[in-house]
Ligand binder design. Structure first.
Ligand code: CO
Length: 224
């Protein structure tokens, strides 16, 4: 029999301690906070972002727990056959009734860089293959970027646009629009160097809007 009085202390005690401090701080500021959140969540936003430790969703947009429903994976990908991201989107849209899906990539993304530089990292390369497809799809546009830095930035941006496109083409978003649910999908990119988010211009709330805006943004990129 295991004696629960003699379980070893967590080797991450410093993090548990920080959590105790944080909970006390929040409780002091807003005594009803946890009680309220324990009973319901009604976020208006869903965030789909990179798992990168430097891109924490809530902090970047200054919102508290309960305000944004978050899905993160390596390089913020929305893959048509990935049940994880699709399920998260479906729950957010159908059950939580979020009004906005924010796809937020970031400059300096390691996943994008490994694709750009044809590096190998292991199993994750199979996941990142989707960015390879984007790179190939936009070969001409990528060639217009003259140096490595410009190409890196461009591929980070194109990756966001493609994921917004994928999100909008999903049955989840298509069905929401078909039944008249208010839902906008946003394309954002975060700059690690200054902490600022830049909208990339694709902000879609209908399938017609997607087609028109997607073409327009690509035309603009080609004209740069
Ligand atoms: Co990243």
């Amino acid at each position: 029999m295991q004696d629960h009085n003699h379980l070893p202390q967590s080797s991450l005690a410093h993090l548990i301690d920080k959590n105790i401090d944080w909970a006390a701080h929040v409780q002091a500021k807003s005594p009803d906070f946890f009680n309220r959140l324990a009973h319901q969540q009604t976020p208006e936003y869903m965030w789909i972002g990179c798992a990168d430790s430097r891109v924490p969703a809530n902090e970047l947009i200054g919102v508290l727990p309960g305000e944004v429903f978050v899905h993160r994976n390596v390089a913020n990908l929305i893959v048509h056959s990935d049940l994880n991201s699709l399920s998260a989107m479906q729950y957010a849209v159908d059950v939580l009734k979020v009004k906005h899906i924010i796809v937020c990539g970031h400059y300096g993304c390691g996943g994008v860089k490994s694709v750009l530089d044809n590096q190998r990292a292991g199993l994750v390369d199979n996941w990142l293959r989707h960015i390879h497809d984007t790179k190939i799809k936009f070969t001409k546009l990528m060639a217009k970027a003259t140096d490595h830095e410009a190409q890196f930035k461009r591929l980070c941006e194109l990756n966001v646009l493609e994921q917004v496109h994928n999100a909008c083409q999903s049955t989840v978003v298509q069905d929401a629009w078909a039944r008249g649910q208010s839902l906008t999908v946003h394309s954002w990119i975060y700059n690690l160097a200054d902490g600022l988010i830049k909208p990339l211009g694709l902000e879609v709330n209908s399938i017609e809007g997607l087609i028109a805006q997607y073409e327009q943004i690509l035309l603009k990129m080609r004209a740069e």
